[in-house]
Design a protein around this ligand. Sequence first.
Ligand code: SF4
Length: 186
Amino acid sequence: MRIGQPSLFLRMAHCNLSCDFCDTEFADYLEFSLEEIIKILQAKSLKFQMPVVITGGEPLLQIDGDFVEELRKAGFEPHIETNGTVEYDACGHAMPFITMSPKVPCDQIKLKSCHTLKVLWPPISPEITPESFKDYPAVCRYLQPVSGDFAPALKKLYELDGLFGTDYWKLSPQLHKMNELKDLLK
Ligand code: SF4
């Protein structure tokens, strides 16, 4: 998780899903080469090894381990956010930090493992819940309130503490949607 940590966002066009609640504008896009992307990131970077969050749409439709390695060589710390429906090809390089926010049931997930598993709450489908992803290999597990109302997620976390142990699942607020922070992030 990178909450509170200054990061650059690299948003890729296109997605292989069409969730009816999607609030991401990824249909309008400009095309850049990898070299151009690195130059833009370097111009905006505040420090060496600044995290670059590669998101979408679905970024794994367009990137692989070679792309990630070039970002590393350019001095960034790559972090991928994916819906998990596309396997990540590391191309023989070290794995990056991967967050998976599933939008399909666990048996349709192609990504073999992730660092952070983030499940939306209330659930977007009865098949996409903490319980249905309990055996998915992840280092950290978070519930993310879909709206600004944390109460349902906190209630669910209390229930999950009883099932899986304290702090096995944690809360992940969507900071960029909080009114107080929106102006700061412009
Ligand atoms: S997977 Fe994410 S980006 Fe793709 S349509 Fe669904 S919410 Fe939007």
